[in-house]
Design a binder for this molecule. Structure first.
Ligand SMILES: [Zn+2]
Ligand SMILES: [Zn+2]
Length: 251
């Protein structure tokens, strides 16, 4: 599998893009940085978009992507997410008020997007990947994932504070080669991280104690743009890697 970092941050500023990764050029994980990073000929190759949850920094490029894809593909792009997230997109985004309903444009039979929901915790087949979803700890229903192509696997925590099931699921497997793990706020903002369902470096490190890591590379993402420098200083001595936009991982 190849993972491309399109947006490693939990928000946006010049030099920082919102959460978005691309697996093998065809499966996007969250949609915080699609139209702002990829040319049209690469955007049209994305068949599936898998969302961790409905927060804006994770869905923000869905409307603009729909706009550039109209008439460019033979089949709809499938947006996959937990039931609560799909409901939120239908009611609040593709509602013909904030943005046109691209699940019926240009026609209801051949739209730009098809929305597919699953119950948090379910395993779904997405293209050639088997995706296990795991509910994590966040103010809205948020999922972590284990994504396998049958030979290798990677995991993504989603936005989360301290959590249990995700680690139990990971510890039962020996095929996970790369873990994308959120870390959002510096240690000084622990109270804010706790109420908003996020990690600081100190809670992230404590969390790694629950993980039987084996040879898995731990890659941090979702650094809040206003705190990137202090976060990088705080994790410097820790056994983790902070990913950068444009970075690629093969595993
Ligand atoms: Zn977020
Ligand atoms: Zn969130």
């Amino acid at each position: 599998m190849q993972l491309q970092v399109l947006g490693p941050h939990g928000g946006e500023l010049p030099g920082c893009r919102s959460t978005c990764f691309l697996v093998d050029g065809v499966l996007a994980l969250d949609a915080g940085a699609l139209t702002s990073t990829l040319p049209l000929d690469e955007l049209v190759k994305i068949d599936h978009i898998l969302l961790t949850h409905s927060h804006f920094d994770h869905v923000k490029d869905l409307p603009l992507l729909a706009d550039v894809l109209v008439g460019r593909r033979d089949s709809p792009v499938t947006i996959w997410a937990n039931t609560e997230c799909i409901e939120t997109l239908r009611e609040n985004l593709f509602n013909n008020v904030l943005w046109p309903d691209f699940t019926r444009i240009p026609t209801a039979k051949a739209p730009v997007y098809r929305l597919k929901s699953f119950k948090s915790g379910a395993t779904v087949k997405i293209g050639r990947y088997t995706v296990k979803s795991v509910p994590v700890t966040h103010p809205v229903e948020s999922c972590g994932f284990v994504i396998s192509d049958g030979e290798s696997a990677m995991a993504m925590s989603g936005d989360t504070g301290p959590t249990e099931t995700f680690w139990k699921v990971l510890n039962k497997r020996d095929d996970v080669k790369l873990l994308l793990l959120e870390t959002s706020f510096p240690n000084a903002l622990q109270a804010l991280a706790d109420i908003s369902g996020h990690f600081t470096p100190q809670t992230m490190l404590a969390e790694l104690d629950k993980f039987d890591r084996r040879d898995c590379q731990v890659v941090l993402y979702h650094l809040k743009p206003a705190f990137v420098d202090v976060l990088k200083r705080e994790v410097k001595a820790m056994p983790v890697h902070v990913c950068e936009e444009g970075e690629r991982f093969d595993f």
